[in-house]
Write a protein that binds this ligand. Structure first.
Ligand code: GYE
Length: 323
């Protein structure tokens, strides 16, 4: 009886040991690097292309990506980052919706020794050791390029309406700044109306409708639209057409991003120019994750290069466009 009991215990112990080794082997085999990605939302085609680039690059590298869509709300991003920390991710990729208000949560990530890689939008923090690096375009330069193109097209004269991006977002602040820097050199060029369209097509259209009707009431002629992104410009195009005007001819339209629909609109003659802003940041983001986890000190900012496209080169460029 006693021997049987001992035997039974031994079998049980052996089974447990076998299971444990199998289980730990399994954990190792599936022991992928886990990275959290807190994304702004899905407000524009640019954003969708960025999400896709980051998702597909993670998959290509065998990285498990925990994805969180903040629906354009900072509080959702803060919650997502806290949850990534609680889940013990190895690194965090963050596309911050606005510039300010990040110190506390970034401090929590730092304390947990989780590197944070910023993609596409920057933050405004007093201590830049709170993040490893920022990979983004120079939005001020984009604003300048858009303005320079418009100045040439309008021969330095005209009334401009501006569709701004999300209030407080780095690209909205900087694209406005760069544009104004150039425009103010031309006394006959004026931004007569400026409002946020939140980087979306729907709001871009809505705001353009109110611009058109108030301009009519005030007897002001709108010569040009400057939109902080293509989606808002595409919305504005609809509003202009519905008002019985010809976008691209009656009103000059310049925007930023360089998404496929913008190229199609340029080919149709409805959009005049777009400044490219590359959203395909996946490969660079994960190179940065790897470097940060390897203990490397990264440059505080890596600038992605942009250029202008217009109706003269839209058609031949379209086949090469990746987003
Ligand atoms: O231009 C806009 C998007 O942060 C650079 O956000 C990005 C901007 C992009 O919604 O379309």
């Amino acid at each position: 009886m006693k021997t049987r009991k001992i035997l039974a215990v031994m079998v049980l112990l052996l089974a447990t040991a076998m299971c444990m080794s199998a289980c730990s082997k399994k954990e190792k085999a599936g022991g992928k690097l886990v990275v959290g990605f807190s994304q702004v939302g899905a407000e524009s085609s640019w954003r969708t292309a960025e999400t896709e680039s980051i998702r597909s690059e993670a998959e290509k590298r065998g990285i498990e990506l925990k994805f969180s869509d903040a629906q354009q709300k900072q509080e959702n991003q803060i919650k997502a980052i806290r949850s990534f920390i609680a889940q013990g991710v190895k690194a965090i990729v963050l596309a911050p919706v606005v510039e300010t208000g990040w110190e506390p949560v970034l401090m929590e990530a730092k304390r947990a020794k989780i590197p944070v890689i910023l993609v596409d939008r920057g933050v405004n923090v007093s201590d830049d050791t709170l993040y490893s690096t920022l990979i983004a375009s120079d939005f001020v330069a984009e604003g300048r390029m858009a303005a320079e193109w418009m100045v040439k097209k309008l021969n330095g004269k005209g009334n401009i309406v501006e569709l701004q991006g999300t209030p407080g977002a780095a690209p909205a602040i900087d694209r406005k700044k760069g544009f104004e820097e150039i425009i103010k050199k031309y006394p006959d060029m004026k931004v007569v109306k400026s409002q946020t369209g939140d980087f979306t097509r729907t709001k871009g259209k809505e705001v353009m409708q109110t611009f058109l009707s108030s301009a009519k009431a005030e007897n002001v002629k709108i010569d040009a639209v400057y939109a902080h992104n293509d989606d808002m410009a595409l919305g504005a195009i609809q509003a202009i057409e519905e008002a019985g005007l010809k976008p691209g001819t009656d009103i000059v339209i310049v925007s930023i991003d360089g998404v496929k629909d913008a190229f199609l609109a340029m080919i149709d003659g409805k959009l005049n120019a777009t400044v490219e802003c590359n959203p395909l940041l996946g490969p660079m983001a994960f190179d940065a994750v790897k470097a940060a986890l390897g203990g490397e000190t990264l440059p505080k900012k890596t600038v992605v290069k942009d250029s202008v496209f217009d109706q003269t080169n839209a058609k031949q460029t379209l086949p090469d466009r990746k987003y």
